[in-house]
Ligand binder design. Structure first.
Ligand code: NCD
Ligand code: ZN
Ligand code: ZN
Length: 342
């Protein structure tokens, strides 16, 4: 196969940042995707409907002329998100709230300290039909970093599902066999996103020939058995798994630093990377549902109608691209890729 024709995909998890950094990365996402779920973990976070509306306008202003792209907005859930903000959020077109356990990842200091503190707000979300998107890792320092996702299932996901059975929950960027099994076995109110890096790499990638900061993201890459389970889930034909790049740009000075920020920047070549993973699994025929159907179906949004074409053409991903007054290194920058979005 030398060409793949797909209904235009959406990205159900992306970080676009703000200001000059945002202006640098929005064109990449807008070129690949019709819509994207925009994460609210700015500094300070997007916690109100009014902030989300203003942020949406800044994003839209950064979309290149002639490109059709719709940002789908989210709010950052805190211990104090008032339940009555939910109706305002819905009226402003916000589609979801994001649960970051406090301290779990980049810009999560204002996150939730105990999910029970948010129950009134979760009730309002269940009622108003807003989704809950979850960074699924416990933050307990006693728990090994490679086990934090699996422990999160027992400590947080299960009680949450029991107490809010009709709240739609997306277990974001899953990285383990446990999470893949949990989601596959759950009812139709639970789904998961999968990143290109977790489908393509195991944790060896972080340590090959030296420490490789551009492969460091959260949840951190896991063992090969987990990668295999994720790839199996993505290519299984299950409607519960869909594309969410988690493209998370950090200036290269922040990545190549004594303390490296967590996040892989993949927006420049996201579809190409997914195609590579699906092809290696012999499952290119499953790519369209994963990239273009399962996400909108779960969110209750219409599928896109435009088409895109991926062609088998070798090309070299740039080593770095401008990022405001800094520089940004894509995952796999400088390497050649087998597929190219036309
Ligand atoms: N994935 C990451 O490693 N980083 C994300 C935050 C997140 O999605 O957890 C970021 O904002 O940089
Ligand atoms: Zn996250
Ligand atoms: Zn993310």
């Amino acid at each position: 196969m030398n060409e793949i024709r797909l209904t235009q995909p959406d990205d159900w998890h992306v970080h676009l940042r703000d200001g000059a950094a945002m202006q640098a990365v929005v064109p990449y996402t807008a070129r690949q995707f019709a819509r994207a779920i925009v994460m609210p973990n700015l500094r300070p976070p997007i916690t109100t409907a009014a902030q989300a509306q203003a942020y949406r306008e800044r994003i839209v202003a950064a979309v290149p002329e002639g490109v059709a792209f719709t940002p789908l907005m989210t709010l950052y859930l805190t211990d104090n998100t008032p339940p009555d903000e939910i109706k305002r959020a819905r009226d402003a077109g916000v589609v979801a709230l994001k649960l970051y356990p406090a301290g779990a990842t980049t810009n999560s200091d204002a996150g939730v300290t105990d999910v029970r503190k948010t129950y009134k707000t979760l009730e309002a979300m269940q009622r108003e039909g807003l989704l809950l998107l979850v960074h699924g890792e416990v933050t307990d320092g006693e728990i090994d970093i490679f086990d934090r996702e699996a422990v999160f299932i027992d400590r947080v996901m299960q009680p949450l599902r029991r107490d809010f059975p009709e709240l739609k929950v997306v277990f974001e960027h899953i990285t383990t066999q446990e999470a893949a099994q949990y989601v596959a076995a759950a009812d139709r109110f639970t789904a998961a996103t999968l990143t290109p890096q977790h489908l393509l790499y195991n944790r060896n990638a972080i340590f090959t020939g030296g420490l490789r900061p551009h492969y460091y993201c959260l949840p951190v890459l896991k063992r090969e058995v987990h990668r295999q389970a994720l790839l199996q889930a993505a290519t299984s034909g299950s409607h519960k798994f869909f594309l969410g790049t988690d493209s998370a740009p950090h200036a290269s000075v922040m990545k190549e630093n004594s303390v490296c920020g967590a996040g892989c920047f993949t927006a420049l070549s996201a579809l190409e990377l997914y195609a590579e993973a699906f092809e290696a699994a012999g499952a290119l025929d499953k790519l369209e549902a994963f990239a273009s159907f399962n996400g909108p179906d779960f969110y209750g949004l219409p599928r896109n109608t435009a088409q895109v074409v991926l062609r088998r053409t070798e090309w070299t991903l740039p080593e770095a691209v401008p990022f405001g007054d800094a520089s940004l290194k894509p995952l796999r920058g400088g390497d050649s890729l087998a597929w190219k979005l036309v």
